[in-house]
Write a protein that binds this ligand. Structure first.
Ligand code: DAT
Length: 198
């Protein structure tokens, strides 16, 4: 039947994903600043719904929670143990509070039941190349990431793993894009809570 299902979470869990360099960290930091302002009452009234959200930097969880089998020096990344990572994230992601904003360069590891919105950030080749060049990525890693972005790997991964209604693609080429994206995510959170009478 069509009876509405009571949602177990008070706040939506949001995955911010995208190829390295598309702007996940930058977007999450901007969101975290708005969350902090909403929580301490210095933000605009229109951001009130953000007060209970929190940013979980998955890279920090991997490093601090030892959710890896070491550092791959040639590739300059952790060899992530996904089972350990999911165990570390589970208490927050399945809590009644919810409201976890999680940024990671993959998304299909997260169980669909944990996820209310998947934001796939995308960037054009030119700005992405410039951003990755500044990081001094090894050539192979650079090329792999540029190729993955051109092939829209993350977008395909998100669409394979989650319902189409919860996957949104947002362009992240300019500071204006970022500002618009953060506004849009904040507005989406507000609407999500309103729809559920939170
Ligand atoms: P990620 O976390 O996805 O690897 P990031 O947030 O660290 O990416 O961003 C990489 C660099 O690009 C950083 O110097 C900020 C810049 N950047 C990200 N999004 C941008 C945007 N929409 N406009 C301009 N610069 C952006």
């Amino acid at each position: 039947d069509d009876a509405p299902v009571e949602h177990a979470r008070r706040n939506p869990n949001i995955i911010i994903t995208g190829t390295p360099g598309t702007g996940k960290t930058t977007h999450c930091e901007a969101l975290a600043a708005r969350i902090a302002a909403a929580a301490d009452g210095t933000g605009p009234e229109s951001d009130a719904a953000l007060a209970e959200l929190r940013h979980i930097a998955v890279n920090d969880v991997v490093r601090d929670g030892n959710c890896h089998d070491g550092w791959d020096a040639a590739y300059q990344s952790w060899l992530v143990d996904e089972d350990k990572l999911l165990d570390a994230l589970e208490p927050d992601m399945t809590s009644a509070r919810g409201g976890c904003i999680v940024d990671w360069h993959a998304c299909d590891l997260f169980p669909a039941s944990w996820v209310d919105l998947v934001v796939v950030l995308t960037a054009d080749t030119e700005p992405l190349y410039d951003r990755l060049a500044l990081r001094n990525y090894p050539e192979a890693k650079m090329q792999e990431n540029i190729d993955a972005e051109i092939m829209q790997v993350l977008l395909a991964e998100a669409h394979d793993a989650y319902e189409p209604e919860i996957v949104v693609e947002l362009a992240s080429n300019t500071p204006d894009d970022m500002e618009a994206n953060v506004d849009r995510i904040a507005a989406w959170v507000t609407q999500w809570r309103k729809d559920r009478g939170v």
